[in-house]
Write a protein that binds this ligand. Structure first.
Ligand SMILES: Nc1ncnc2c1ncn2[C@@H]1O[C@H](COP(=O)(O)OP(=O)(O)OP(=O)(O)O)[C@@H](O)[C@H]1O
Ligand SMILES: [Mg+2]
Length: 271
């Protein structure tokens, strides 16, 4: 049974067709990659799925139609995301950053706060910290964290809401090879524990190394989909990435936008 099922999603910005008829499915415990050159429509896809932009087509979560529902309803149903420019609350601790998403405002927490009582701790917070290997940093200030740890906290914060699926928009941007491999290892474990994941990233070692299935976008359309091995050797995919690298030289490793054919064909690392 699919957790997330997207059918023929379409988004236009004025006259620009940012997405055309994009269909994609993510099953329970599955890690699906969504890749493509800069401007291919990956973020637009997540914006449309989560309800931030108006889209044509159909979005289902656990077989229930979410089409036309506002973002907060989709989030409550179990659709979580991280943002490309993932920000943490710098003045808060790691735990407090997670509580922001984990603590639903309920009548009893509100009542407790009225009487000056601390709300009961939500077990989703330590669970999410443990899933991302962050237990030792629970009380650390967000501002003290390395870039790699910050990204892990961003994922943990989405996980703390106990979603059915998390859409991750370039979680490895700005990470070095070691940090990216650690992130990949943790993401694979999160998926294996049952949370469906949709991973957008330009780090081809990461995507090819951990995804079960990959969908490739170019100019808002699906140009290929399949296993990492199928996608890596697909002529349309290689051409799309060669075009991207010819028009725009690959940037330094670990930064956003390094969609080069060389990266695409490199041997995946074992996380
Ligand atoms: N708010 C907007 N208004 C108009 N056009 C937009 C808007 N957001 C995105 N676009 C356009 O839609 C297309 C898809 O953009 P999108 O940000 O989804 O690409 P992307 O695949 O996420 O790229 P990147 O890898 O650089 O993050 C691009 O042509 C972009 O310029
Ligand atoms: Mg993007």
């Amino acid at each position: 049974m699919n957790v997330l099922s997207v059918r023929q999603l379409g988004v236009s910005y004025g006259g620009v067709h940012a997405l055309s008829d994009v269909s994609l499915e993510v099953g329970e415990g599955q890690l699906v990659g969504l890749i493509g050159p800069n401007g291919a429509g990956k973020t637009t896809f997540v914006d449309a799925v989560t309800g931030l932009v108006t889209a044509r087509g159909r979005v289902e979560l656990d077989g229930k139609d979410l089409t036309g529902r506002p973002p907060h309803v989709r989030a409550r149903r179990g659709l979580a995301r991280t943002f490309q420019s993932s920000e943490l609350f710098e003045d808060l601790t790691v735990t407090e950053n997670l509580q922001v998403t984990a603590d639903p405002s309920t009548w009893w927490t509100a009542l407790g706060e009225t009487f000056g009582r601390r709300p009961p701790s939500n077990p989703a917070v330590p669970e999410a910290l443990s899933a991302l290997g962050l237990e030792d940093l629970a009380d650390a200030s967000a501002s003290e964290l390395s870039q790699g740890r910050r990204k892990l906290v961003g994922v943990a914060r989405a996980l703390a809401a106990r979603p059915r699926v998390i859409c991750l928009d370039e979680p490895a941007a700005g990470l070095d090879t070691t940090e990216s491999a650690e992130l990949g290892h943790r993401l694979r474990a999160v998926a294996d524990a049952g949370t469906a994941l949709l991973l957008i990233d330009h780090d081809m070692s990461l995507v090819m190394g951990i995804c079960d299935h990959i969908v490739v976008l170019e100019f808002g359309k699906v140009i290929a989909s399949g296993t990492p091995a199928q996608v890596r050797t697909d002529p349309a995919v290689i051409a799309a990435y060669l075009g991207a690298s010819a028009a725009q030289p690959a940037t330094a490793s670990g930064t956003s936008g390094n969609g080069s054919a060389k990266a695409l064909t490199s041997t995946p690392e074992t996380p």
